[in-house]
Design a protein around this ligand. Structure first.
Ligand code: C2E
Ligand code: CA
Ligand code: CA
Length: 555
């Protein structure tokens, strides 16, 4: 007889179990934390990078402006020297009025040149194109105090005037005489600075002896600069340097424009990277890793379904049925994890976890009612692992429960690999006082002959046959046959999946003595089971028209 019940074992069920376990996700908090830290890291990095980049840009730009100021000053001096060269080429400059008139024309044509003077070897003035300008001078340096340029025939010096300063450019004419051009360079430094900095900066042209010869700062800029940052550039050709001084606060505020876009970009990248990272990190773990995690977190919990006496309705025992109670509160039935637990070997630690918990929590009840029996489901493979019986004895002894109150349910759904070994273990279990039930009889791969060989105490008639009551006479015939066989082998019979009064009548007629099913109760958590026992007992005691009217009140 090989009737097959619609079992959940098989490829598709396994796949479903895998995918359902795979849906387990980390709590959203881990996701949010990863996203937030990614954004934080990107923003912090971008802030450092943007600040450094903007700083480099500002410094480079001000360096270039310093260079521009220097080039302009050099060009002004080049013009002055060119004017002197032209005069020198015309022949020796004399101090008579006609010659000076020609020189004045020269000066007039050149904006930067304010005056041209003829000087002696030591630098003292012989005559001037505009002799009146001599009165503006506050002092006049000796040749030795003039600073030589790269071209040794050229010397630069400061001309102190009552209304400011000017730059003197001397060019030797011969061994005894030289010409000097008086240059006003301030205008060349005008408008160099960008508008945003103009009121907080100054541009200065210094001789190499630190004497300032030209300077520009905005009229709005009152007093000296506060905490200035200085950029300087020396000339290769003339003993000159330009300096740009900018107030550090104004410098910091300048060119901030790229900051916001850079930070915006960093935010976008941070979010994108964070999403990738968070989804990678919180990607569901492999189903087996998820089983291991749940094992470590003791998420596999025993639920109990009462076993009742068919004649009296009294609850005489229970079956332990596993549930995966996940930390998010969802509860998965065995079909969603037992197949994977079996194929991955996790069924062994899982079984011990469930059995220990159930026996531990039922201990007071088992002690109080010595006839109460608890049935646990053990897969054949687990049963045949060396040391199984000893371990079970240990677990049972630890919670001080008598072995005769423990029923080992062995499913014969899968083909038994090593029948001899199973028979030996069943014999050993019975020797130690345990009871053994054959689960799902008639629905698996093994023939009825096994029942005789296995030497168990109890036959559990599957729900498949109970369901057929009232629909298919063959089902009832098989139940009758199984009961007869059990009687011959001195075994007890239990029918599973009893839901209706009609089924109970039929099963009683078949002489089935114990039952299990929603008719009394579905599997419930242990705490609820104790309450159920109480209520059921009370209901039975007060029942007047037979126990079968009771469960409706209990449910
Ligand atoms: P099973 O050992 O044949 O357990 C009986 C199953 O029938 C249980 O399903 C139970 O909830 C269900 N059932 C009982 N009465 C009724 C009823 O009146 N109507 C209906 N519709 N169903 C009823 P569950 O708990 O989903 O367990 C399914 C199977 O998972 C079990 O079949 C058993 O083979 C396996 N299983 C459960 N817990 C464990 C365990 O701890 N270890 C092992 N190895 N297998 C387990
Ligand atoms: Ca079972
Ligand atoms: Ca069963």
């Amino acid at each position: 007889m090989k009737l097959r019940r619609p079992a959940w074992s098989g490829g598709t069920v396994l796949a479903r179990a895998v995918s359902s376990i795979g849906q387990v996700r980390w709590p959203g908090i881990a996701y949010v934390a990863l996203l937030a830290s990614s954004i934080g890291v990107f923003l912090a990095g971008a802030h450092v990078a943007a600040t450094a980049l903007i700083d480099t840009q500002r410094s480079r730009q001000l360096g270039e402006l310093t260079e521009t100021a220097l080039r302009r000053s050099e060009v002004a001096i080049d013009y002055g020297i060119a004017a002197l060269d032209e005069l020198i080429q015309r022949g020796p400059m004399s101090c008579d009025s006609v010659s000076l008139q020609a020189v004045r024309l020269h000066v007039y044509q050149r904006g930067t040149v304010k005056d041209i003077r003829s000087v002696s070897r030591d630098g003292s003035v012989l005559c001037s194109a505009y002799s009146e300008t001599l009165e503006f001078d506050r002092g006049w340096v000796h040749r030795n105090d003039m600073l030589p340029a790269a071209d040794e025939a050229v010397r630069l010096f400061r001309v102190d005037q009552f209304f400011g300063v000017a730059l003197g450019v001397l060019k030797d004419v011969d061994a005894s005489r030289a010409l000097v051009a008086i240059l006003g360079i301030n205008a060349y430094l005008y408008d160099i600075m960008p508008a945003e900095l103009r009121d907080h900066a100054e541009v200065v042209l210094d001789l190499r002896n630190d004497q300032t010869v030209a300077q520009y700062h905005s009229p709005a800029q009152a007093g000296s600069l506060q905490k200035a940052i200085v950029f300087a550039k020396d000339s290769d050709r003339y003993p000159l340097r330009t300096l740009i001084r900018v107030e550090s606060e104004a410098f910091r505020q300048w060119h901030q424009e790229p900051y916001i876009p850079i930070m915006g970009l960093a935010l976008v990248l941070g979010v994108a990277f964070g999403l990738l990272l968070a989804s990678a990190a919180t990607r569901p773990q492999s189903p087996i890793a998820e089983l291991d995690r749940a094992l470590a977190a003791q998420e596999f919990r025993p639920y109990l379904q009462p076993v009742f006496n068919m004649h009296t309705g009294a609850i005489v025992g229970c079956e332990v049925l596993a549930r995966w109670v996940r930390n998010d509160g969802t509860i998965l039935p065995p079909s969603r994890f037992i197949p994977l637990a079996e194929s991955s070997g996790r069924i062994v630690p899982m079984t011990w976890q469930i059995v220990s918990a159930a026996l531990g929590e039922l201990q007071p009840l088992l002690k109080q009612d010595k006839n109460f029996k608890v049935a646990v489901n053990i897969v054949p493979h687990h049963l045949t692992i060396p040391g199984f019986v000893d371990r079970l004895r240990e677990v049972v002894a630890k919670v001080k429960v008598a072995p005769r109150q423990v029923i080992v349910e062995l499913t014969e759904r899968e083909e038994l690999e090593d029948l001899t070994k199973v028979v030996t273990v069943i014999g050993s279990l019975r020797n130690f006082g345990f009871k053994v039930a054959i689960d799902d009889v008639g629905t698996g791969h093994n023939g009825l002959s096994h029942i005789q060989q296995l030497g168990a105490n109890i036959i559990k008639i599957d729900k498949f046959f109970v369901d057929s009551i009232g629909r298919d006479p063959t089902g009832v015939a098989i139940i009758e046959m199984l009961v007869r066989l059990a009687r011959e082998l001195k075994m007890n019979v239990l029918a599973e999946g009893i839901e209706t009064d009609e089924q109970i009548s039929a099963l009683l007629a078949c002489d089935v003595e114990e039952g299990q099913g929603y008719f009394v109760s579905p599997p419930v958590p242990i705490a609820e089971f104790f309450g159920l026992l109480e209520r059921h007992r009370a209901a039975l005691a007060s029942a007047t028209s037979g126990w079968r009217a009771v469960p409706a009140r209990v449910a």
